[in-house]
Design a protein around this ligand. Structure first.
Ligand code: GTP
Ligand code: ZN
Length: 210
């Protein structure tokens, strides 16, 4: 199972899933075997009635939660509209769920995406679609933030991109240090948001008010 490149592109060989090939990119029986092993290893009986279907359920769940490994987010950025507008466009509070690659536990929160167009704008939902694809991968929040910002600055003809993500990490709230309520905030500023402090503070004000 190959991973897409840093910008999220697909490997046509491994991600093939057409009606003719019927080849799924996710090895479901392998996940099922692994889940059975984990159940046995923690002292459970994988053959008791309540757990019989669990390995198959968990396999379907991982295929869903990691579906972004096999999707190319750039397809959502191909269409655009010509529009005479060169101020900030911000889509705030895009909810997402992703998976921490250290513990395979969810981190969940909101992404805020701002950009300044150069005469072309994208459909607002497409920004949320990019978040949706990128979030469905095992990762750390810093890389998720940077991946989204790089995709937008590379694929859109824009003056700048700002991505701010705030999330709660279950690996910090339900286990380990156990600090419910803690929030991790990351940001990636590209183009004029990186070079121009007043543009950066304008977008941060639009996100957080003040
Ligand atoms: N920078 C960063 N760290 C993360 C993210 N998700 C989880 N972590 C951290 O990854 C670290 C892994 O630390 P380790 O010491 O290897 O693992 P651990 O013994 O389970 O650590 P504890 O969580 O402190 O119990 C922890 O400090 C997590 O809080 C993330 O998105 N970004
Ligand atoms: Zn973690």
């Amino acid at each position: 199972m190959d991973k897409p490149s840093e910008s999220g592109s697909l490997d046509g060989e491994t991600c093939e899933n057409t009606a003719s090939s019927q080849r799924s990119p996710v090895d479901m029986p392998r996940i099922e075997r692994a889940v059975r092993e984990i159940l046995a290893a923690v002292g459970e009986d994988p053959d008791r009635e309540g757990l019989l279907e669990t390995p198959a359920r968990v396999a379907r769940m991982y295929a869903e939660l990691f579906s972004g490994l096999h999707e190319d987010p750039r397809i959502h950025l191909e269409k655009y509209f010509t529009e005479k507008y060169d101020e900030v466009v911000l889509v705030r509070d895009i909810s997402f769920n992703s998976m921490c690659e250290h513990h395979m536990l969810p981190f969940s929160g909101k992404a805020h995406i701002g950009y300044v167009p150069k005469g072309k704008v994208v459909g607002l939902s497409k920004l949320a679609r990019v978040v949706e694809v990128v979030s469905r991968r095992p990762q750390v929040q810093e890389r998720m933030t940077e991946t989204i910002a790089n995709l937008l600055i590379d694929e859109l003809d824009v003056k700048g991109v700002a991505v701010v993500i705030e999330a709660s990490h279950s690996c910090m709230t339900i286990r380990g240090v156990r600090k419910p309520g803690s929030l991790c905030v990351t940001s990636a500023m590209k183009g004029l948001f990186r070079s121009n402090e007043s543009s950066r503070s304008e977008v941060m004000k639009l996100i957080y008010g003040g």
